[in-house]
Design a protein around this ligand. Sequence first.
Ligand code: HEM
Length: 273
Amino acid sequence: MIPPRTAVGQLRTDLRWIGSRPAATPLHIQLDEAGLTTPTGGARDGRGGHRRGDGHLHGALDAWAFPGSEERPRPESTPRNLLGFKDGTRNIKAQQTDLMNDYVWVGKEADQPWMRNGSYLVARRIPMFIENWDRDYLGDQQNVIGRAKASGAPLTGGTEFTDPKFTAKDDQGHLVIPANAHVRLASHEENGGTRLLRRGYSYTDGIDPVRGTLLGGLFFIAFMKDPRQFITLQQKLGTNDALNEYIQHTGSALFAVPPGISRGQHWGDALFS
Ligand code: HEM
């Protein structure tokens, strides 16, 4: 069942972005051209408007080059978002069939049989206050996310793909990954196992003509078998996430994505039969 549309956590709707579109030019390219990238920014890998899809949802998810959604020969190649952090490290991988079945593909439990083997897509337009973020200390940025900026490793140590230890405390008894860190609040460990397949794009809209600030952020896209998975996470993030100081959700949409079709079938066959 698709739940009624609710303003879930931290949404301040900008009417221009209901049914929104991602912009094509990655902001970091503009920043590079303007010589504005910072030493720790590092966001030079191309994203936004460069994906392949074959029109078949399963195939498309397998084929698209998405941060963290496929096994990568070089793990260090996880793309960075416009905050300069690796984004996609603990995402579901398309090859993790069990996780895809448990959290992404609609299964037999669906009360809408035409949606079986399809998925639900949540989209959010999330502008970032990039100048404010860039002025923040590295240590504070890392506490906001809960990971090291350069390596992507959790603050509890190891490498990028080491699991975070959310219960670990320092000598003074403080949580090493802060209570309001983004990765803690979004993690399946702290949300009764809830997971999503994230497929976000960085976007840019140039410069704010009034304030002179950079207009850009994340076009957040996630697939899930039930929209309530997003609601669970976003209610927690919208209330407590330290990242909220640097972002603002301005657009929101929910799509039902029916399954792909085989030869001889028509799009929407299951819906109308
Ligand atoms: C501009 C907004 C956002 C930024 C910049 C951002 C950034 C990040 C970063 C850097 C990570 C750590 C790397 C990783 O595991 O992928 C992460 C993890 C994650 N984010 Fe976000 N995120 C944003 C919004 C959201 C939203 C709206 C949701 C869902 C409601 C979300 C869900 C997650 C999840 C589930 C993880 C994995 C947590 C874990 O298990 O460790 N994020 N995000």
